[in-house]
Design a protein around this ligand. Structure first.
Ligand code: SAM
Length: 291
């Protein structure tokens, strides 16, 4: 019955509500992403491309392929279902706070920042511009780890090449300072300058996994506009894992619609969508640091 209705809708592939439920379960278990009922059409359109690419004719056959643990298809499936919207200087109020924080901890120790949902790279490159602006020569002592689950966006991020429109709203002086303008076949594109690129290490990390293998302590964690895809329990599990990684005076930056009341025991709001460790965990981290 459901399959007939899929055909009646003039769709290219059978896509039943049972197929949608299977997709939901798989992506939730693998990436923590919770898909609401309203995402059925989006899932159909994104995964149809995978059916075409693999030559598979039905969703149930495609899902069986995934369930047989086909690693390459798992990567493509995951990349298809992530939402990667981002921009340079998105939520700009965060960057002056980051700059002040960097100045306040400069010369105390080597500085490490983590951008945990880096997408196509605009966010970590904005962090790097802020570092250079705030610290000048001392920026050489800073390292940024930029990670994402999606391997395709990480390739774009590593490349650091963007269509001109992506930077069109930035101050022309800033563009001149931090980007090369493409010429010839590269005209219409900009490339980030090596001083930004060299500050950043790009790596795949699934926030859902238990062992991220990150060198600590971290001075700053950017975790913006990714928690909205997770349910509250998954958010809390991730936030708890941030605690032992952050330095006692570290900051956590969240996205504009993300609030972490469920983690009040661990994090305290310090400014608009900016968190620090709660007094209890700040003290705990301080004691650990002095050992
Ligand atoms: C909407 S983008 C946000 C990009 C950037 N942080 C910003 O605010 O502009 C969300 C990113 O989270 C990534 N993501 C989704 N689930 C993830 C997971 N389980 N682990 C790590 N990254 C994940 C997606 O691949 C996507 O690039």
């Amino acid at each position: 019955m459901a399959e007939n209705s899929a055909l009646r809708d003039g769709r290219e592939f059978y896509f039943t509500s049972q197929d949608f439920d299977r997709v939901r379960k798989l992506i939730y278990a693998h990436a923590g992403i919770s898909l609401s009922d309203s995402k059925q059409e989006l899932v159909y359109s994104r995964l149809s491309r995978r059916l075409r690419a693999t030559g598979i004719r039905t969703f149930s056959e495609y899902l069986a392929l995934l369930e047989s643990d086909n690693a390459a298809e798992w990567e493509a499936f995951t990349n298809s279902l992530t939402t990667n919207l981002t921009s340079f200087f998105r939520e700009p109020h965060h960057f002056p706070v980051l700059a002040d924080h960097l100045r306040s901890i400069n010369n105390k120790h080597a500085i490490t920042l983590w951008c945990s949902a880096a997408s196509t790279g605009e966010e970590p490159y904005t962090m790097a511009m802020t570092v250079i602006d705030a610290l000048g020569r001392d920026a050489a002592k800073v390292s940024i780890l930029a990670t994402d689950l999606d391997t395709k966006v990480l390739e774009t991020a590593k490349e650091g090449v963007y269509p001109l429109e992506r930077v069109s709203k930035l101050d022309p002086e800033l563009i001149k300072r931090f980007f090369f303008r493409g010429t010839g076949p590269q005209s219409g594109f900009v490339r980030v300058r090596p001083e930004l690129r060299d500050m950043i290490t790009f790596r795949q990390i699934n926030l859902l996994h238990s062992d991220w293998q990150i060198r600590t302590p971290l001075d700053v964690i950017f975790c913006r506009n990714v928690m909205i895809y997770f349910d509250k329990q998954t958010q809390l599990d991730i936030l708890k894992k941030f605690v032992p990684l952050l330095s006692s005076d570290g900051l956590l930056f969240a996205g504009h619609s993300e609030s972490f009341h469920q983690a009040d025991e661990y994090f305290k709001l310090r400014g608009k969508t900016i968190y620090e460790l709660s007094p209890k965990y700040k003290l705990k981290r301080k004691n650990e640091e002095s050992r």
